[in-house]
Design a binder for this molecule. Structure first.
Ligand SMILES: NC(=O)c1ccc[n+]([C@@H]2O[C@H](COP(=O)([O-])OP(=O)(O)OC[C@H]3O[C@@H](n4cnc5c(N)ncnc54)[C@H](OP(=O)(O)O)[C@@H]3O)[C@@H](O)[C@H]2O)c1
Length: 304
């Protein structure tokens, strides 16, 4: 019995290392934040390797239409890609946005809550409006979309999958990102809780949380500064971060295997996550701070 258990665990482990592209075939996947960075790259990789239908969302309709053209050029059928613009910061519009997304193909099999905005500012100098915006976009908007989606799923009885693109910053304290860390940590707790509730009630809805470390995208340029303006430049963690194609390929693999909680980052970031999980806070901080000396001193100078 024990041997069979071990063999099964080994089989599951090996399978979780390979992408099951058939998981995506025929599925309708809704990607928020599809206009750039991680969201756009996820869409490109999905259309190149599987027969998905995609709904692309973010604020900029023109940019999304440009992404749609790129996806069609990469091999997707025009009729398989829909665009539904939405602004996560405008909470009162989101229930209607979910209806519009359902109208595209009749249902959604996989929601990838990827849209988000980061922060680069000292907590003591940050306008309270910046905290409000971060919580609205990175937490409240995601919860409202997800809750509206789940209500529709429960009515229909369909099985489905919800993915949250969270962040290593939701697991460990990252200076200059106090509001972003808090929003992503809240999202992690929400996701972990709804996963249990859905299972308790017997709803066939999987929940995956993906936590990337630094990835080379425009996230740092678009991050809010203390006054709510774009930070405008790449900090060291982002500029020297993981290649977006590699990051998305690992995410697609984890999602296809319905991994509950997946961290995709450098070995140093993984080390930091391990320290903050297992050591007293003070000790973990003492060990990790010297390793980020350059990021900390350069960014401190920029945010003041
Ligand atoms: N890159 C990293 O180092 C990193 C690390 C950890 C986690 N992440 C997470 O990964 C996700 C994607 O980030 P990224 O790196 O790809 O950054 P990005 O290139 O700046 O992309 C952010 C996306 O979110 C959309 N967005 C921003 N505000 C929005 C709003 N109010 N409503 C709807 N959509 C909105 C943007 O489109 P519009 O401007 O058109 O709205 C864009 O498509 C985010 O949740 C981020 O927190 C990134």
């Amino acid at each position: 019995m024990a041997t069979a258990g071990l063999l099964y665990a080994g089989y599951r482990y090996l399978r979780s290392k390979a992408t099951d592209w058939t998981y995506y075939d025929g599925k309708v996947v809704w990607v928020t934040g599809a206009s750039s960075g991680i969201g756009k790259e996820l869409c490109l990789q999905l259309v190149k390797r599987s027969e998905v239908k995609l709904v692309l969302s973010s604020r900029s309709e023109a940019t999304l239409n440009g992404v749609k053209a790129e996806l069609v050029e990469a091999g997707a059928k025009d009729g398989n890609i829909a665009v539904v613009p939405l602004d996560l910061g405008e909470l009162e519009t989101l229930v209607e946005a979910v209806e519009k997304v359902f109208d595209c193909f009749g249902h959604i099999d996989l929601l990838i809550n990827n849209a988000g905005i980061s922060q680069r500012s000292l907590a003591r100098m940050t306008s309270f409006d910046v905290y409000r915006r971060l919580i609205k976009i990175d937490f409240e908007g995601q919860v409202l979309l997800t809750q509206t989606y789940i209500k529709k799923l429960v009515e229909s009885g369909r099985s489905a999958h919800i993915t949250f693109i969270s962040s290593v910053a939701g697991r460990i304290p990252v200076p200059f990102r106090s509001g972003y860390c808090a929003a992503k940590a809240a999202l992690n707790s929400y996701a972990a809780t709804i996963r249990i509730e859905l299972e308790l009630e017997g709803h066939p809805i999987a929940v995956t949380v993906v936590s990337p470390g630094g990835v080379k995208t425009a996230v740092s340029k678009n991050a809010l500064n203390k006054d709510g303006k774009p930070f405008g430049e790449a900090d060291a963690v982002t500029a020297e971060g993981m290649n977006v194609a590699e990051c998305c390929s690992q995410m697609i693999c984890a999602i296809s295997n319905k991994v509950d909680d997946f961290i995709v980052c450098s070995s140093l970031e993984r080390f930091a996550c391990t320290l903050f999980t297992h050591l007293p806070l003070k000790l973990a901080t003492r060990v990790i701070l010297p390793k980020y000396k350059r990021y900390l001193s350069e960014t401190l100078a920029r945010v003041k």
